[in-house]
Write a protein that binds this ligand. Sequence first.
Ligand code: PMP
Length: 324
Amino acid sequence: MLTLGPDHVIWLDGQFVPWTEVSIPALSHGLHYGTGVFEGVRAYPTDQGPAIFRLKDHTDRLLNSAKILNMTVPYSAEELNHAQVELLQRNQLEDAYIRPLSFFGPESMSLYNQTLNTYTLIAAWHWDSYLGQENLKRGVSIQTSSFTHRHANSTLSKAKATGNYLSSMLALEEAKRNGYDEALMLDSDGHVVEGSAEHLFIVRGGELFTPPVTGTIEGITRDTILKLAKEQGLTVTEKLMTRDEVYIADEAFFTGTAVEVTPIAKIDGREIGKGSRGSITEKLQRGYFDLVHGRSKHHSNWLTYVRKEHDRRTENSSQYETAV
Ligand code: PMP
């Protein structure tokens, strides 16, 4: 259940509107055909108040997703970034999951999209780690999905488009119904692509491997981990891999804005390594949480502070701890 209070506002095409009063036309194209593009962004508490992690990169990806669908979003990246900062200020959120969404409206029910207007909303609310706080330590159990990952040339899987998530939803529902926490999706050749909505890394012999993102979105957490791993002196190789390569990995983990860095303990009933969070995963996880909470000296340009500079300087400096 979403935890939005009655005074909570949503940004809707330039206006801040109480979320209970937002009305979306029932005949919106986006609702009927999954013609929308969206982002999942997170803000974390830091000792200078909340900060949005890699906001510019998320907004650039949103606008690129729109470009792939040939959808015109009538806002600049700066306007969308500013709206997200102000949304957090107005809702007084100390941490947040932020959901910008652009979708086609109700101007026509024809599949042809070029006669349609684009509507944009941004919502933000508190959302704990997607796969559970406990699983950040313990690790999740996953199942290889019976659903093939969407083909790169069918719905254009570099777009974070709403309709693309039907196959993700089916895969996750199947995995959960079978008693697992998440799914692992393969392409039509049997190569690993990702989880239902998170990228995969494995560790073998002290080195890191991850599948290429040819058939899926370019992950911002994945990119963060690639950079962090190199800074920690790890060798990282992007390569095609099969499910049995995951079976014999020493460690494995998922990355994503929602799942953050979540260890994978088991796949298809087989333990990965010792069946618990591995030491390389733990170190990268710690590095990631240090970054997002502003405790690292590196990459400070990835943080967009929500409070004005003056308010940040006068703020009590308390250290935020993470539970991992
Ligand atoms: N794959 C898919 C299909 C996604 O939707 C997402 C975002 N939830 C990811 C991977 C992870 O991407 P990011 O690290 O940018 O959140």
